[in-house]
Design a binder for this molecule. Structure first.
Ligand code: NAI
Length: 259
């Protein structure tokens, strides 16, 4: 029987930018896209983790990898990222907006500095990246935007008011881009990760050790996720397999959000 799977999910010849790919979920996604054949641009504020990720991908996947140091909040750096990606690879086909932060505080005591920082990194910068990527994605045979939101786009969060607001805003931004850019054959979708083992969440659990078991107890899959658990959904949303899928938000959470 003819193998339909390979061409549907094959990313050979495609170029993907993944922000925040130095570690955690971004790294898991970058490795997944590279496994499917994409050339990868790792864009992160942390040069050390970035070079570890790029060496690993080069060695294991044998694809082209470029490192680009940036703070996603800096618009001139975002512009340079697009220019250098095109100069190096000739096209941009896939943009994964993954870089994000958490600021923990009850609403009544949250500083405006923390509010603004969360909104800037998690929401405003994603818009800037998408806007700057648009003309390049339009030139691609099939442009793809994958925004990494959170299950806190669905739930309220007592101690994460700015985080939850930024992530639900990201879902609405993604829907709006999906409608606006559908005529350009660009699909824009969100992934909503559940509780994933990353440096970010491991650090968070130090302050709340009980969180580990609480999450395991409520998650039908019975475990925390790993960054690699995001790779399959990212490959699907980056590939021709999802050409008629746009504006959706897919939880990758072991069932946490249905329980
Ligand atoms: P992480 O903190 O382990 O990794 C985030 C990466 O983004 C780091 O490499 C960091 O250097 C980079 N980064 C941070 N600020 C940046 C900036 N201003 N410019 C460029 N790069 C920057 O975080 P994790 O857990 O891998 O999270 C990745 C994304 O997934 C975030 O958007 C987060 O909100 C989301 N997420 C994570 C969940 C989890 O359980 N870990 C659950 C739901 C969503």
């Amino acid at each position: 029987m003819k193998n339909l799977t390979q061409p549907l999910f094959d990313l050979t010849g495609k170029t993907a930018i993944v922000t925040g790919a130095g570690q955690g979920i971004g790294r898991g996604i970058a490795e997944g896209l590279a496994t499917a054949g994409a050339s990868i641009v790792i864009a992160d504020i942390n040069s050390d983790t970035m070079s570890q990720t790029s060496s690993h991908i080069r060695e294991t996947c044998k694809v082209e990898v470029m490192e680009f140091s940036l703070d996603v909040r800096r618009e001139e750096q975002v512009l340079n990222l697009m220019d250098e990606t095109i100069a190096a690879f000739g096209s941009l086909d896939i943009l994964v907006n993954n870089a994000g932060i958490v600021t923990i505080s009850e609403p009544q005591s949250m500083s405006m500095e923390d509010w603004d920082k969360t909104m800037d990194i998690n929401l405003r910068s994603v818009f800037v990246l998408c806007q700057n990527a648009y003309h390049h994605l339009k030139k691609s045979a099939n442009g793809k935007i994958i925004n990494i939101a959170s299950i806190y786009a669905i739930f309220g969060a007592q101690y994460l008011p700015s985080y939850a607001a930024s992530k639900s805003g990201l879902v609405q931004l993604t829907r709006s881009l999906a409608i606006a850019w559908a005529p350009d054959n660009i699909q824009a979708n969100c992934i909503l990760p559940g509780w994933i083992n990353t440096p970010l969440s491991i650090e968070g659990r130090k302050n709340n050790p009980a969180a580990h078991d609480i999450v395991v107890g409520r998650t039908p899959a019975g475990r925390w996720g790993d960054p690699q658990d995001l790779a399959g959904t990212a490959i699907f949303l980056a590939s021709g397999a999802s050409q008629y899928v746009t504006g959706v938000s897919i939880p990758v959470d072991g069932g946490y959000s249905i329980n």
